[in-house]
Write a protein that binds this ligand. Structure first.
Ligand SMILES: NC(=O)c1ccc[n+]([C@@H]2O[C@H](COP(=O)([O-])OP(=O)(O)OC[C@H]3O[C@@H](n4cnc5c(N)ncnc54)[C@H](O)[C@@H]3O)[C@@H](O)[C@H]2O)c1
Length: 364
């Protein structure tokens, strides 16, 4: 039975990955989820999985914690999702991003290397580290072109600079020590369990509450959106079939301007309210007030990247990956998930979710 260490597994993508892997491999894998439970870590995301995984509250920067995990468990795979992930917060407090995203990654690399290495440049069979990175490391595009794996790294925010630095350290381990690793660089994800400070869940929440919908600048910045399950599928493929040391871009050719996303969400919420009037009990505003007039253009984010767009040819050709969920379906599913899971949204908004760990693990 293979053992996976999933760091940051209580966050948005990490928790979706845990569900994906348990569903796909059923009882045939062992998952150790390690998460510091920062404001973005929400153990309720794993409520249905807690009896099927080992959960450890811990910091990837802490050497003793990570050493103890490797001493106790025979780890075959590490998937590093753990990160500070919000660009706006990185502009306010860059240092935390450098600590977790860079030094935390290096700590994981070093301790796993020591545990996996048999001889100079020789490692245990079929061990692998996947660094979950982002298309933001490539910087910003104008209207034309796509990021390939050969595009030079040109990060422009403290967040993307910290992720790019981590990528370079992973690459240094690959080159210097022949360390068994891959890097995935994915475009913007959307789907269930997305923390409501990010664009899509924030807009859904605000629409339901009849609040204004803040859009940076003129709203024409472009992001390339991928349904989170398709990202999880890509990571699973890279873990098991990725060529040693290779970087894989992951994206579904789903470019949308931010303003388009906001309008699409308004339309979908409105449709749901009309087609399923029982949802209207969730509304904290009148149905007639759900319209484009809620949109408010606000001062642009500092250094706001204009456009991201991924060329996923390598992962498609080499590993046979393709995105299964069309944006038009995925975004409706996502809005519906938020409508159906208002308890989750409320527990995040009230901060109650932070008590869940204590509740579950007190006295253990
Ligand atoms: N969300 C996206 O669109 C996107 C796209 C491409 C890549 N990524 C990358 O994927 C990863 C996951 O992103 P996400 O959106 O799920 O982020 P998230 O903020 O929802 O989750 C991050 C998780 O990491 C945990 N964490 C933070 N610091 C930690 C530490 N020091 N030790 C242990 N755990 C810690 C948090 O508690 C949280 O559970 C990140 O590395 C991010 O850079 C995200």
């Amino acid at each position: 039975m293979k053992t996976y260490l999933v760091t940051g597994g209580a966050g948005f993508i990490g928790s979706n990955f845990v569900k994906y892997m348990l569903n796909k491999y059923n009882e045939t894998i062992r998952l150790i989820v390690l998460d510091k439970l920062t404001y973005a870590g929400n153990l309720i995301n794993l409520e249905s999985e807690l009896d099927k995984v080992v959960f450890i509250k811990g910091d990837i920067c802490d050497q003793e914690t990570i050493k103890a995990v490797f001493e106790k468990e025979e780890i075959d795979y590490v998937v590093n999702f753990a990160a500070e992930s919000h660009v706006d917060r990185s502009i306010e407090n860059p240092q935390l991003f450098m600590q977790t995203n860079i030094l935390g990654t290096q700590n994981l690399l070093e301790i796993s290397k020591k545990n996996w290495q048999i001889d100079d440049d020789v490692y245990k069979e079929s061990v692998r580290f996947v660094q979950v990175s982002t298309d933001e490391v490539y910087g910003s595009l104008e209207n034309e072109g796509y990021f390939t794996e050969n595009t030079p790294i040109r990060p422009r925010s403290p967040y993307s600079a910290s992720k790019a630095s981590a990528d370079m350290i992973v690459q240094a381990y690959i080159e210097t020590y022949k360390y068994p690793a891959n890097i995935t660089r994915c475009s913007n994800n959307y789907g269930p369990f997305h923390f409501p400070e990010k664009l899509i869940p924030l807009i859904i929440k605000n629409v339901l509450e009849g609040r204004s919908l803040p859009v940076y600048g003129d709203g024409t910045n472009v992001r390339d959106w991928l349904y989170v399950k398709d990202h999880c599928k890509a990571i699973d493929l890279v873990l098991h079939k990725g060529k040693q040391g290779m970087v894989y871009n992951v994206g579904g050719h789903n470019e949308k301007q931010n303003i388009e996303i906001v309008r699409i969400i308004i339309d979908i919420v409105k449709n749901f309210m009309v087609e399923k009037p029982s949802y209207q009990t969730i509304l904290k505003t009148e149905l007639s007030k759900i319209n484009y007039e809620l949109i408010r253009f606000v001062k642009d984010r500092k250094g706001h990247d204009k456009r991201y767009a991924i060329d996923p040819t390598r992962i498609k050709c080499e590993l046979g990956w393709y995105p299964e969920t069309k944006f038009e379906e995925g975004i409706v599913k996502t809005v519906e998930w938020y409508l159906e899971n208002q308890n989750w949204v409320d527990s995040v908004a009230s901060g109650e979710y932070k008590e869940y760990y204590e509740k579950m693990y007190k006295g253990r």
